[in-house]
Design a protein around this ligand. Structure first.
Ligand code: ZN
Length: 280
């Protein structure tokens, strides 16, 4: 099953086009893409019986973020071996966790205004929760996932590493610094939900490419670890870390500039097109 935020309304992607969830369910399910995660089990049951529903497809060009207002956003640092190596740090023994404040979330075709500094790109698989999760063992973690989408963990490196202590969460939370989308795809849609190819192109040049099977901590391990400490809510978002190839690790360093176009892609999820402009 594939769900998108079509002009602020949750819609299923079907062979015949988009099906508006609220109207096609006769109001049994909510219209809001964020509220829908509170009804995820009901959505799955309803969608399983949907074949042939007489609802005309909607044509929507601009999709919004599939989880526009999560209560919590978690992000994992140093979760690919090659990225830890290019960052010059040892592999973490437990997940390195920070937040991107929810105000930073935007859609998959956004134009982002670059603040002063050194803004970098980080392609990431993004998990959206479909159930409350507290103290969940890794073996049952996937049962709590609504679906997977794609994200960019945009990061302003100067603020991130200004002494005396790093400011990961603030430096990664300027407006538009968390583009996610285009679709929320349920785990059963993937041949292997733990081995998804992903990457990004900057102005056409391939700058990141990897597979989620190379993560240090898997999706199951991340959910188990986070939920051992913090209760997770349906609709919460987890950025799972970036592979090698970020701008700061290049020689010379390569940061985003006004006029750049970043295309982020993942197998089975699609692609996001993010453009950049500067503060006027
Ligand atoms: Zn990241």
């Amino acid at each position: 099953m594939r769900v998108v935020n079509a002009a602020g309304r949750a819609s299923l992607v079907t062979a015949d086009g988009l099906v508006d969830v609220e109207s096609a369910s006769g109001g049994a399910l909510p219209a809001g893409p964020q509220e829908l995660y509170e009804h995820w089990d009901a959505l799955r049951a309803w969608a399983a019986d949907l074949t042939g529903a007489p609802v005309p497809p909607r044509v929507v060009r601009d999709l919004g973020p599939p989880a526009p207002r999560p209560r919590q956003v978690f992000a994992i640092g140093l979760n690919y071996r090659d990225h830890a190596a290019e960052s010059g740090v040892d592999l973490p023994r437990a997940p390195v966790v920070f937040t991107k404040f929810p105000a930073s979330i935007t859609g998959p075709s956004a134009t982002v205004t670059l603040p002063q500094g050194s803004v970098d790109f980080e392609t990431e698989l993004v998990v959206v929760l479909g159930r409350h999760a507290h103290r969940v063992p890794a073996a049952r973690a996937w049962d709590h996932v609504a679906g997977l989408t794609l994200g960019q963990d945009l990061s302003e490196r100067r603020l991130q590493f200004t002494p005396p202590t790093p400011q990961f969460s603030l430096a990664k939370s300027y407006p538009g610094f968390a583009p996610i989308g285009p679709e929320l795809v349920t785990p059963d849609e993937f041949p292997d939900r733990d081995d998804i190819g992903l990457g990004c192109r900057l102005n056409g040049e391939l700058v990141q490419q990897s597979r989620t099977s190379r993560m240090v901590f898997s999706v199951s391990e991340i959910i188990s670890y986070l939920s051992s400490i913090v209760p997770l809510f349906a609709g919460d978002v987890i950025f799972t870390g970036t592979p090698a190839g970020i701008g700061a690790a290049r020689d010379p360093a390569r940061f985003l500039a006004a006029g750049d176009e970043l295309v982020t892609f993942a197998e089975g999820i699609g692609s996001m097109h993010t453009r950049f402009t500067s503060e006027s």
